[in-house]
Write a protein that binds this ligand. Structure first.
Ligand code: SF4
Length: 455
């Protein structure tokens, strides 16, 4: 095996087996139990054992064979340079609804990367179309018992799927769902709904077909296509109207009732956007089956309201004085405003200015806070009352960094608006504490993933 083979270690967790074995950044892991590691799937599978033999080439070029005895599920504590331990797999489709095709030019390059990688489905919950997966990939998922696999279904009509994904193999690849089902692999599905394309009878057909895969298919979300203002030359898609949203919800709720009676789960879920568009109340908490499709914007607002209510009930009101502002997308605005009004009844000297930001950058039809840019915030907040602090939801920022989608930084915005910014994690409790100007006692605990518009 030559020196460049293997996967580069970039960090070793303190107190881990890897540290005990004196592994360090710069070393390369080549094989486990004499099997060369292709990617993270192989690695995760092969380390699950009580005895493993690790073959490593150190940064100095020495070859080490390490015999490790450990608990079956115990991790080695190695952080690799590349999370997938292989190149990212890009998609082989040209979907008529793809959001990446609707982005303006000149944004940072990584935002234009179209991934469709089953390893990301397993690691980060990404939705994949299955179109670029070979038999061997499916077999590894089954053999390695990797789940859940999140699938962008769009429709179960093979011809229509080919048309929507602009890929002649897209219909055929639906058969892979059957293979995964027969092997007992847990799955979740997603349908990006496009008006007059895969809605109405086609939606009925998709729900009917996908419900055959219960219990391994655990849930399916239906989200409206996101339409930016940059659609020139693309497939002519129309926005949904209030009536369309009502009709879509009626179909979904009818199926929910039927499936609940038969299987005890609601299974099919309309995203929050449909309820807001239809001007209907959000479903009660029980209907979200444990918020299984939260990352697709299903139940995000209901959960926020419930968490905020619970956090408020646990507090005794007082006469503290604090003035803040908060900016969010049009979608969440009425709900956040209602939360503030309720809080203000208990804390009458806490004054909040809640602003709904119009998405000028991508176009007014984009209403989620996760796609609001720094420049829209600058332009729309510059002459507003901002109080002592401006609260912004964490999903407006690039993961782990203080940078907006358009590369404007938090510091730049603070300077322009002359106000300090507090980035608020996406939980109702974090929101309540931020509105009161105090830190969240559960800061650092796990939060929900940001709610981003689907591609
Ligand atoms: S929507 Fe996803 S699968 Fe379709 S073209 Fe865009 S990136 Fe590829």
């Amino acid at each position: 095996m030559n020196k460049q083979k293997g996967h580069l270690i970039c960090a070793v967790e303190p107190g881990s087996i890897a540290e005990e074995m004196e592994l360090k950044p710069g070393d390369r892991v080549v094989a486990i139990n004499e099997k060369e590691i292709e990617d993270v799937f192989d690695y995760e599978y092969l380390i699950k054992d009580e005895y493993i033999e690790l073959f490593v080439i150190t940064a100095e070029g020495e070859e080490w064979e390490l015999d490790i005895e450990k608990d079956y599920d115990q991790d080695l504590g190695i952080v690799f340079e590349n999370g997938l331990m292989s190149d990212y797999r890009s998609c082989s489709n040209k979907c008529i609804f793809c959001f990446i095709d609707q982005m303006p030019p000149g944004m940072r390059e990584t935002l234009y990367f179209k991934d469709d990688d089953s390893r990301l489905s397993f690691l980060q919950g990404n939705y994949i179309t299955l179109t670029n997966m070979k038999e061997k990939d499916i077999q590894r998922i089954i053999d390695y018992k990797l789940s859940p696999i999140n699938i962008s279904v769009q429709t179960t009509n093979p011809e229509l799927r080919c048309k929507m994904l602009h890929n002649r193999f897209a219909g055929e690849s639906l058969k892979k769902i059957q293979t995964l089902y027969e092997a007992g692999v847990e799955m979740n599905g997603q349908i990006v709904l496009c008006k007059n394309v895969n809605d109405k009878e086609e939606l009925e057909r998709s729900i009917r077909d996908l419900s055959q895969y219960i219990p391994y298919m655990e849930s399916v979300s239906v989200v409206p296509v996101g339409l930016s203002k940059f659609r020139e030359g693309l497939y002519p898609l129309e926005p949904f109207t209030k009536e369309d949203a009502e009709q879509t919800i009626d179909i979904i709720e009818r199926w929910q009732r039927k499936i609940y009676q038969e299987h005890g789960i609601h299974f099919i879920h309309a995203s929050d956007e449909f309820y807001i568009l239809a001007q209907r109340p959000l479903p009660e908490e029980e209907r979200y089956d444990g918020y299984i499709q939260l990352e697709n914007g299903v139940g995000m607002l209901r959960l926020l309201m419930e968490e905020a209510k619970e956090a408020m009930e646990a507090l005794n009101g007082d006469d503290r004085a604090f003035e803040f502002s908060l900016a969010t997308g049009k979608l969440a605005f009425p709900y956040i405003k209602a939360i503030y009004q309720k809080l203000n009844e208990k804390f009458p000297n806490v004054i909040g200015h809640i602003y709904s930001i119009t998405n000028e950058f991508f176009g007014e039809m984009i209403t989620v806070s996760g796609l609001i840019t720094g420049q829209d915030l600058k332009n729309q907040l510059i002459r507003q009352q901002l109080g002592e602090q401006l609260l912004l939801p964490s999903n407006m920022f690039r993961s782990g960094e203080n940078v907006f989608l358009d590369d404007v930084t938090k510091q730049e915005l603070e300077k322009t608006l002359q106000v300090s910014i507090n980035i608020v994690k996406s939980s109702g409790q974090a929101l309540i504490y931020a509105m009161l100007g105090q830190s969240d006692p559960e800061e650092g605990e796990e939060n929900h993933a940001p709610y981003e518009l689907e591609k």
